[in-house]
Write a new protein. Structure first.
Length: 200
């Protein structure tokens, strides 16, 4: 019984019951039959009123508990529903990149070719596959990314985007990533060729 109203009703019913018992006990002491009947009737009425208040308090307390339980269940149901209906976004795949490439052919595309001199091409390739590929895919307008191991320590990447802004952003992102993750594997700055794709 956590509701303030319920607590007050219970307190009033307890006090009413006590008063009724006192009246009924006091009525026995009255020698006048009329006063005896009157006091006993008042005591009984007060007792019945106290019982009614107590039953009302119990009813309100049960309704409050049921309402709280229903609200909790509804909240849990909504939470489960949101999780169930939230679409899962799979990671970018070659198939998805191909679909983006086909759609982009209808408009202008931009590409950036970065050519690096690498100390350890195999290790650099593993780092790109594990880390950089997931970073560059987050750029809005990204279409596809490929890399070529030319041999003799030369390594080149080709990035294709739907907008010029995305292409420029990819160059800055690649420079930052190499500095933070692969600076010891790269000789100097890369040779960069970038611009709109003119033949599709």
């Amino acid at each position: 019984m956590n509701s303030p109203l319920v607590k007050r009703l219970v307190l009033i019913s307890v006090l009413g019951t006590s008063a009724a018992m006192l009246l009924m006990l006091a009525g026995i002491l009255f020698p006048n039959p009329f006063l005896l009947v009157l006091v006993m009737s008042l005591g009984q009425g007060l007792g019945l009123l106290s019982l009614a208040l107590f039953l009302l308090a119990v009813t309100l307390d049960i309704q409050g508990a049921v309402s709280a339980s229903t609200t909790t269940c509804r909240g849990a149901t909504r939470s489960i529903s949101r999780r169930a209906t939230t679409p899962h976004r799979p990671a970018s795949t070659p198939a998805r990149s191909l679909r983006r490439l086909r759609r982009a052919k209808e408009g202008t595309m931009y590409a950036a070719i970065r050519r690096y001199k690498i100390r350890k091409p195999k290790e650099f390739t593993e780092l790109v596959n594990e880390s950089f590929i997931n970073v560059i895919r987050t750029i809005p307008g990204f279409i596809t990314y490929m890399a070529i191991d030319e041999g003799d320590g030369w390594w080149a990447s080709v990035s294709v985007f739907a907008t010029k802004e995305a292409m420029v952003q990819s160059d800055a992102l690649a420079a930052k990533w190499v500095k933070e993750h692969a600076a010891k594997l790269v000789w100097g700055a890369p040779e960069i060729t970038a611009g709109p794709v003119v033949v599709k």
